[in-house]
Design a protein around this ligand. Sequence first.
Ligand code: CA
Length: 225
Amino acid sequence: MRILVIEDEAKVASFIRRGLEAEGYRVDIAPDGEVGLTQAFDHEYDLVILDGMLPKRDGLSVLQEMRRHKLRVPVLMLTARDTVADKVAGLDRGADDYLTKPFAFEELLARIRALLRRGSPLSPASLSVADLKLDLISHAVSRAGTRIELTAKEFALLEFFLRQPGRVLSRAIIAQHVWGVDFDTFTNVIDVYVNYLRKKIDAGFPTKLIHTVRGVGYVIKEPEE
Ligand code: CA
């Protein structure tokens, strides 16, 4: 899951980033409204956290521009003032939710989960292939009913696979989406992590779910009959 944080206060931005990364989200930060808008159009985000007061272009104007161009990504607005007029203005322009500063990180997290859940049909509460199940809300992973412990990165990688079962994913695509880096700078790490995942979700089970497609990449799929 990739989240864009458009926030000019460096302290707040890094507080949000640290917390979300610890939960396994990938986070990009844009320091003003112009950069934020460009980033939002240039990348596929699952969610945007948008501060109201921003240099160059304020939050409401960023939001309006996104919606005008049919960018439907869920937007959670942050505001310093808890006034009804502010909330109405944001919701009118297409914000999905609102949070007043200062906020508790746990509340931000709960709202993010709620938005991601209802955000789009691509954001169901859980993902599965065969007897492997990943719960997007509790972050629990199990195979054939047995709980499997994953690190945040392994979870993100497995989630990426499970969002597109049957599709062969190249290492470049995985590098971009799960690690946010270009493949050139990043070769063996993906193979290493896929092996970690295999040890946890495939080893010890009669059928394997993660398959190597030689010269192309990896795919997760239902076992063939
Ligand atoms: Ca601000």
